[in-house]
Design a protein around this ligand. Sequence first.
Ligand code: NAD
Length: 462
Amino acid sequence: MTAAPERADLDAPAVVDALRATFRSGRTRDLAWRIAQLEGIERMCAEREAEFAAALALDLGRPAVDAWLADLAPSTAESVYARKHLSGWARPRRVGLPLSVRPGRARYEYEPLGVVLIIGPWNYPVYLTLAPLVAALAAGNCAVVKPSEHAPAVADALARLLPLYLDPEAVTVVTGGPEETQALLGQGLDHAFFTGSPEVGAKVMAAAAPHLTPVTLELGGKSPVIVAADADVAVAARRIAWTKLMNSGQTCVAPDYLLVEAAVRDELVERIVAATKKFRGGATGGLRIVDERQARRLAGLLDGCGGTIVAGGRFDAAERLGEPTVVVDPDPSSQLMREEIFGPILPVITVESVDAAIAHVNSGPKPLATYVFSRSKEIVARVTREISCGATVVNHLMFHVLVPQLPFGGVGRSGMGAYHGRFGFETFSHRRSVLVKSTRPDPGFVYPPYGALAEKLLRKLF
Ligand code: NAD
């Protein structure tokens, strides 16, 4: 693996050509090679936990336990799951034949795509780079990994450590930002897997289009939480507060805003504020925001958003800090209610009914996730059926991410394509069909010109 080139030094054609040569050698198709790469990722996560934790602390102020919980443990879990199931996933599948094609044998088999690009975000910069890499390597590809420039210590750690654990000629880390990513996309890769915002996702797709490079887009959006009047409010409040606090709300599947039936609104808000205090263990002041630009953006969302700020509200851009903030009934047309928040601000919208909540969600783009708290099977069924979104979680939030048996991905503006477990393997594979016929029998009636009898037979066969 080439070490991360300096930005100015990136020779994108050379990087991609070298990986193509490795792919052409055929060694990445071998299951033993793939398993060795996955073991390499697992060993790296175990042996280099402290180095990654230090980088995550620098970039995001993430405590060591959270570095393990949110980045290293899920990366390892994804790899272990893929390694254990790989031989089953990769097995060719025999299929039956219609009468018209018999006799013969048919199967489809999974072949790797070639050289793929993985473009990472900054918020879980280890996990959201390694999890797609696990899928790409499990499927037998070579990969260029482009971590986010907004988590530079993690990008450097990946560039330094991945070469020590993986086939150095099959995976290359390129550090840098939009310019480097565009240069790589310009090489006409075999797949581009992007995690980030819908706005940048559109640019990635546009850059991939001239080469017909297929894309997977793991995007974001405003994931709503619907709390019905019959919900277990105490549990809902704890789970909402907990997941909103994770990474200071900078999580793609974080609860973005609440839609709460009027009867339980005040109790829910009170309990969320109390739970937030408790979970912070007495800490006061702001939570760490990734950088000044994001902290300023978040402060801007509170400017003129209307409603009542019932907790928090202070953001200090220079210090990159923001208080956990709850805003009750902000102006629905405010920026706060139009753009993905991606920070520790929780708007609470009072609704008269679950119908109104569903209508509210359906008036915007399809979310990455929808969360619903209710004791009623009927309400849960309606929310699930009537809101199209990446995933629906009932009486909890975010935990679907940790189920490798479930496809993870968005729909509409929240993304296209999916990964995790078998779905990641499929994303990075081509399902190639193989039909094998023998030269006998070779009945003459199937060839033109067709007489009346031949036509009759053909009509029966096809
Ligand atoms: P971003 O879109 O700003 O950047 C993501 C990546 O794109 C970076 O590596 C960056 O270098 C690259 N990039 C930026 N501009 C580019 C351009 N013009 N051309 C090509 N590449 C370019 O996203 P972010 O700020 O890192 O992450 C936040 C967003 O990501 C949020 O919207 C969040 O919801 C979403 N997200 C989604 C998931 C998911 O799994 N669906 C996970 C995490 C984050």
